[in-house]
Write a protein that binds this ligand. Structure first.
Ligand code: MN
Length: 246
């Protein structure tokens, strides 16, 4: 039986449905092994929001959070799964898709980015006050001129992004912090991005992220968001991007 040949350590990290798909529809053992090594492909699922919809009030209102999470983010996931299913690709991990997104359809680019970006966005916000790690703070001071300069540059990147998109704090290939922005649901992990790197913080500047409360005043939303940054998570992502144990 093919299943018994698959490394058990790998199996325990997999979802049953992947095993069933990979091993019981007549694929050879080599295909099962491929499945076992890539357990994080479609169908992608939405993680729980780590706080209540109203937790970020008054800076981000509950109705915006609820619609944003349950409608917008959910739609990106559903559409991503549909596009990958239609393309016959349900095995490739999301980060691998981002890294060569130019070889995929526009639907995968838009909805794959939409899923990754929102997953990151929820995680880097929090109602609980926190501080950047010493390592991150030092890097911000040395490479971006300090916290105030960094915030102002990131807010400017968000304010000047024409139309819809994201503003990002990234770690680039040289291991340095940088600020950039991307259109639509693109992100700096994508092979199509102008400035590539690992995002450690991102701000959604689509109107759906702020319009109910702030209407046309994107700048006010960008000022307010600094009150709800989860610096602990941003610091964890910085350490991970720098290759440190976290
Ligand atoms: Mn959004």
């Amino acid at each position: 039986m093919a299943l018994s040949l698959v490394n058990l350590d790998k199996i325990k990290h997999m979802k049953l449905q992947h095993l069933l798909l990979g091993c019981f529809i007549g694929l050879a053992f080599t295909a099962c092994e491929t499945v076992a090594q890539q357990p994080t492909g479609a169908p992608f699922e939405q993680s729980d929001l780590p706080y209540a919809f109203n937790a970020l009030e008054p800076h981000i209102d509950a109705q915006t959070m609820e619609i944003h999470y349950t409608r917008h983010h959910k739609a990106y996931i559903n559409n991503l799964n549909k596009a990958l299913r239609e393309a016959g690709d349900t095995l490739t991990p999301l980060l691998d898709i981002m890294a060569r997104v130019s070889t995929y359809s526009t639907a995968v680019r838009n909805n794959g980015g939409g899923h990754y970006n929102h997953d990151l966005f929820w995680s880097v916000l929090s109602p609980d006050a926190s501080e950047p790690s010493e390592e991150l703070l030092t890097a911000i001071n040395e490479q971006l001129g300090g916290m105030d300069e960094m915030k102002s540059a990131l807010s400017k990147a968000g304010a000047t992004r024409f139309g819809s998109g994201w503003a990002w704090l990234i770690v680039n290939a040289e291991g340095k912090l940088a600020i950039t922005s991307t259109p639509n649901q693109d992100n700096p992990l994508m092979d199509v991005a102008e400035d590539r790197g690992t995002p450690i913080f991102g701000i959604d500047v689509w109107e759906h992220a702020y319009y109910l409360k702030y209407q046309n005043k994107r700048g006010d939303y960008l000022d307010a968001i600094w009150n709800v940054v989860n610096w602990e998570e941003v610091s964890r992502r910085y350490a991970e991007a720098m290759g440190a144990d976290s």
